[in-house]
Every structure is written in C-alpha cells, then in structure tokens.
Design a protein around this ligand. Structure first.
Ligand code: A3P
Length: 298
C-alpha cells in the first residue's frame, strides 16, 4: 500500500502507484492526508498554486513567497520556499502546512476532483500554471530518475506511453488541465502559461500581484523577477530544494532545476512519437482554448 516516508521516516519501500478515488498517485502520499482534502478547512485568505507536476511549481513557489515577503524582500533574506508555500496534500513532519498565520500559501498537484470543496465555492485564490505537455513529459521523465519514490523508466519511449495513459503520479495531464479549465467558473482563479513566464516574467509577476491584491512598487517587482530567474534559483538552495535534504530525492542527478527551457522535447521525441502525441493532444484538448507554446519565440 502507500506510505509516506517523509512523514513516518521509514525507508521508502515501493515505487508502485495506487489509485485514490480514480486518480493514480505515488507512495509519497498517505491515505490519511488525502482523506482530509475534501473537507479541508480553507480560509478565504489562502492562496493555492495549482499545477500538474513539472509545470513550474517551485518557480511559482519562489515568486509567491517573494510577493508575500514584506520587509525581508528588500534585505534579500528569504526562507526556504518549501516551508513558505508547502504542499497541501503531502504532509512532511518538520514542515507546518495547516496551522500557519494568514495568508497561507500552498502548492498542490491535486486534480479538480480531489481539491477541497470550499475552493469550489470561490474561497481562497488559485493560480493555475500550465506548460506544454511535450516538455512536461520530458521533465517528468528526468524527475523519475531523481525521485526515489517513482519508478525509474526503462527509456523515454516507455515513459511516454505511461504519461499518455496517465499511468504516472497525479494521473493524466490531459484530464488535469481540462478539468481545472472546464470548471474554472467555480473558482477564484487565473491561468498562467509557463512559457509566457519565460518570455516576460515581469508582466506575469505584475499580473499575480494584481490578482492577489498585493500592490508592490516597481523596485520590489524587479527584485522578485531577479530572484526568480532560472540562474538565481539554481544557485539558491533555499529556492531549489537542494538544502531540503529530503531522502526521497537522489542528490546525484539533476533535480528540480534541470534546464528550464521551452522546446526541450525536440531533442527527445522521435518524429513518430511527436506525430502520435500531437494527434492525441488535438483530440483530447479540442475544446480547451488555452494557448500552448511549443517552441521558443513562438
Ligand atoms: P525542466 O525539467 O524542463 O528543466 P516543477 O517545479 O513543477 O517540478 O517543475 C520543474 C520544471 O520547472 C523544471 O523543468 C525546471 O527547470 C523548471 N523551472 C523551475 N524554475 C524555473 C525558472 N526560474 N525558470 C524557468 N524554468 C524553471
């Protein structure tokens, strides 16, 4: 069954997925925590970053933690962002997730179906970040080598098949994006593309500040943008999980900050894989008018 090593400090023993209410999840989760999610006590001041894995979650963690930093923003003294904006559905012993002063920031990969009911009544605020799924698949492939709780794929082709079938942690990318988007009216939500953040981060940060009602001066916005660049996050262990020392990760392979580019899929997909993926994407995402950017400069 599933176990949560971070919570009970047992050695991690399985890389098998399990199904929770129709969603494939990995052994990093506990049923106990997942069971709390539906009726989770959401506060109206809560802010949720929602992503499918590998879509820019820790980038958003950094940006939002900075937006809510107040005085420390000027001194550059930041706390580890995995504490400032912890995972909603994964309880880690030494990280306080629930009992924090407002406004609480969270990140979550939960699909629409498993998200707290209160959020669907427009409690709290949600920023949903999406990324083109070819790059998500490549990033997720490498993440499987880094995360000890995920099966190490035989090769990229084998992983791609599983990704397309939703036989991965957090299930199908297609369902995740579609269901969150199709139910958007139930939430206080904005959608943000990962690729647009790579093109113009400042505009994205200004958009987040407006949505979150956190008016910041231009100097503060510039500091946030500077701290949140790939280059700076890669060298700051408080922002890139390097210092977290979670035994669930293998420190010998590139971790969260791998490449941070648009279009890495082009050096991983064969022509046939690309054609197959594009066809499935067109069929499944036909009714979702979100703009996807597949290549740099598009
Ligand atoms: P790659 O593996 O393609 O490099 P998540 O945080 O959801 O796990 O997503 C991780 C992906 O976001 C990684 O993609 C990582 O490099 C990218 N990323 C993280 N911070 C970034 C930044 N500041 N700028 C661009 N990409 C970033």
């Amino acid at each position: 069954m599933c176990r949560n090593m971070a919570e009970d400090e047992k050695e991690f023993q399985t890389v098998e997925l399990f199904n929770f209410k129709g969603c494939n999840l990995s052994g990093i989760h506990t049923i106990k925590r997942l069971d709390q999610m539906e009726n989770y006590d959401v506060r109206d001041s809560d802010v949720f970053i929602v992503t499918y894995p590998k879509s820019g979650t820790i980038w958003m963690q950094t940006i939002l933690a900075h937006i809510f930093m107040d005085e420390d923003l000027k001194t550059g003294e930041c706390k580890p962002t995995y504490r400032e904006a912890p995972w909603l559905e994964i309880s880690v012993k030494e990280i306080i997730t629930d009992d924090r002063p407002s406004p609480r920031l969270f990140v979550t990969h939960l699909p629409y179906e498993l998200i707290p009911k209160a959020l669907k009544k427009k409690m709290g605020k949600v920023i949903y970040v999406y990324r083109n799924p070819k790059d998500v698949a490549v990033s997720f492939y490498y993440f499987h080598k880094f995360a000890n709780y995920l099966e190490t794929p035989e090769n990229f082709g084998a992983f791609l098949q599983k990704f397309l079938k939703g036989q991965v942690d957090y299930d199908s990318w297609f369902n995740h994006v579609k269901n969150w988007y199709n139910h958007r009216e139930e939430f206080n939500i904005i959608f943000q593309s990962y690729e647009e953040m790579t093109q113009d981060l400042k505009t994205a940060v200004i958009k987040f500040c407006k949505f979150l009602e956190r008016p910041l001066d231009d100097g503060s916005i510039n500091i946030i943008v500077e701290h949140s660049t790939f280059k700076n996050m890669k060298k700051n262990p408080k922002l890139n999980y390097e210092r977290a020392g979670f035994p669930i990760f293998d420190p010998s392979v590139p971790g969260f900050m791998r490449k941070g580019i648009v279009g890495d899929w082009k050096t991983h997909f064969t022509v046939a894989q690309n054609e197959m993926f594009t066809k499935i994407f067109q069929e499944k995402m036909e009714d979702v008018p979100l703009k996807f950017i597949w290549e740099p400069g598009e």
